[in-house]
Every structure is written in C-alpha cells, then in structure tokens.
Design a protein around this ligand. Structure first.
Ligand code: KIV
Length: 348
C-alpha cells in the first residue's frame, strides 16, 4: 500500500481516478468525493491511502458496507438487512444475495453445535466459525458475537477477546449483550479501535437471570430501563444496536431517540433494520418457531428429500451409473485384457 505522502500529487490523483473508473461502486463515498475534489484543485491532504476500505472487496463490483454506510442508511430511511451465517457456503450465499450485515451469532451454539442455549459456546468455537464466514463475505459488514464469559469478568480480557475476533477472525465489528452497565466496557473496546454493536432487550446470555426467554419492556419500569440502556449505549458510540424481544412501541421510541441504527429481532417494523437467524428462515430448526420468525424456505424438506434419494439409489444400485464412472484409456484396456487372458490361460 502506497501512502499519498510518498507519491507525487499528480500520480496520486491519476491513481484515484483510474481506480474510480474501474470500480465506480466499490469505493467509499468519501474517497470518491475526495478524488473528485482533488481533480478540481481541492484539498488532497485528507486522503491518506489509495487502498479502498475493505481490502477483501477490492476488485469486487458490489458495495462494501461499513459502519459509516449503516448510519447513512438510517439517515436515508433505507432499511438495513442482517442475517446470521456460521459457515463459508452460507456466508457466500447471504453476501452475494446483497444482505448488508452478516452476524456470526452465538446462536450457533444451538443451530450448529446442538447446545441447549448460548451459554456453553467458547471463544475458540466462535472464532472457528468467524474465520470460515470471513472467507465467504466480501461486501457485507461482518459482525462477531462475544460469547458468554468472554467479556463479563474482566475488562482487559474482554478487549483481548474482542481483538482476537478482529485479528484472527477478520471481524469488522464485535457484538456484546447488555445495557447501561456495559457502556464503560464498550467505550474501552472502541478505544482499542474495535467497533461495537450493542444488544439489549431479551438478551439470551441472561436466560437464567430473566427466568426464560421473555419479551422485555412490557411495563413502565421496563420501558424506562430499556430507554436508559439504549441512550447509554448510543452515547458510548455503538456502531448499531440490536433490539431483541421488545414491544414494537418501545422499539419505535428507541429508534427515534438514538442516532445509531437499530436492528430488530422480534421488535417490530419501526427499527432501522431487521435481523433473523438463517436457520429459522430456512426451516432448519427443530422446535416450534418464535412468533416473529418468518420462514422463507424449507431447507429441511429439501435436504431430507435429497438424502433419501441418494440412499435409495445406492441401495437399488442406480448410483453410480456408467456415465458417473471413470474409464480406462482404450490402449490400457486392451493391454489389461491381454494380461488377464494370459493369466487365465496359464491358470488352466
Ligand atoms: O446470536 C444471534 O443470532 C443473535 C441475534 C439473534 C441478534 O444475537
């Protein structure tokens, strides 16, 4: 990466404009404006690098989503889309479908690992999935969920764990659960140059304290607490705020109050964006779905059908066919037949 301080101004402008011609959409809007203003004789000193934000998206014609572009979406009332993904293939499909944010949620404890709740999943298990998803995501903003126990005990440990998601996993934002009592920790993580997503309302890591997965903020005291939580996290500088399992009216009030984009799950349509768990929308979960889940596909039926088809074909010897088999080259086949014939003759 060449910094502009080290290269002549004309060369810098030419490089910027050449890049813009080749990648009209794959560049941060600020950079585009800076390059154009440089061409028009404007200030160049603001431009620090000719490398666009999101190295992974270099050469990719899609739009790289950033924490700044999320705010733009809120300002322009453009709904933000977010889905969970836990592996490379799903991440690619979700990213290529144009979803804005991909969340490697700790819900993978249940969906991928078969645990009863999110409390058991470890940093190492989360990292394993974040790395796989990183390889599949080009344009979406990649968010990694801090698992239970990785940030509640000690601030230094929390920052180190958050940094592992960035350094080893390639996450762009980390997410943690909790309201105003997490505000100081969130500030410290942001001080370490790591954007943080907040998560309030029904926070699954507090399942034992809440006494089950219950909608939060249903009485005046609960509403007041949620408003305080949202404002405290907004002031702490969260990149976005997940609102889970709260009444629509409360989510609407929070969304109107805070500058940060709100991403709802079971929080009604007034949020700035919506998130759902991939396995829920694809019918890949085994229990009854929550009220807010809308199913967009029946992957379970598709998979069962395909697996039963394979089993039946193997058992009835319809798989593999001759067309699905490799064959010897003609000369080798002739030579082999001759050898076998000789062997048979000698055996007689
Ligand atoms: O882990 C997860 O999937 C989440 C979403 C439900 C927001 O935290």
């Amino acid at each position: 990466m060449k910094t502009l301080a080290k290269i002549p101004i004309d060369e810098a402008i030419a490089a910027q404009l050449k890049y813009l011609q080749r990648h009209p959409n794959g560049v941060d809007a600020t950079m585009r404006a800076q390059a154009l203003s440089a061409r028009g004789g404007g200030a160049l000193e603001d431009i620090m690098s000719i490398t666009p934000i999101g190295g992974a998206s270099f050469g990719n014609p899609g739009r790289k989503v950033t924490t700044a572009s999320l705010r733009d979406q809120k300002l322009h009332h453009e709904p933000i889309t977010c889905l969970t993904a836990y592996d490379y293939a799903t991440a690619r499909l979700v990213d290529e479908a144009g979803i804005d944010m991909v969340l490697v949620g700790d819900s993978l404890a249940q969906t991928m690992l078969g645990y009863d709740n999110t409390l058991s999943v470890t940093m190492d298990e989360m990292l394993h999935h974040v790395k796989a998803v990183r390889r599949g995501v080009k344009n979406a903003l990649l968010i990694a969920d801090m698992p239970y126990g990785s940030y509640q005990v000690d601030t230094k440990d929390a920052i180190l764990n958050a940094a592992r998601f960035v350094k080893e996993g390639g996450a762009e934002v980390i997410k943690l659960e909790g309201g105003e009592r997490r505000a100081d920790l969130i500030r410290r993580i942001i001080d370490a140059e790591i954007p943080v997503a907040g998560h309030i309302g029904l926070t699954p890591q507090s399942v034992n304290v809440m006494g089950g997965y219950k909608v939060q903020g249903k009485n005046l005291g609960g509403i007041e607490q949620l408003m305080r939580d949202a404002v405290a996290l907004d002031r702490a500088g969260v990149a976005c705020l997940y609102l889970e399992g709260i009444p629509r009216e409360v989510a609407a009030m929070i969304t109107a109050e805070v500058g940060t984009p709100t991403i709802g799950i079971g929080a009604g349509p007034e949020c700035d964006g919506q998130v759902l768990v991939f396995h829920d929308i694809m019918g890949l979960t085994f229990g009854p779905a929550a009220k807010f889940v809308r199913r967009y596909g029946d992957a379970a039926a598709l998979i069962t059908n395909a697996v039963q088809g394979f089993r039946a074909d193997v058992r009835s010897q319809h798989y593999p066919s001759d067309e699905e088999s490799y064959h010897l080259p003609k000369e080798t086949k002739t030579a082999l037949d001759t050898v076998l014939m000789r062997k048979r003759a000698m055996a007689r």
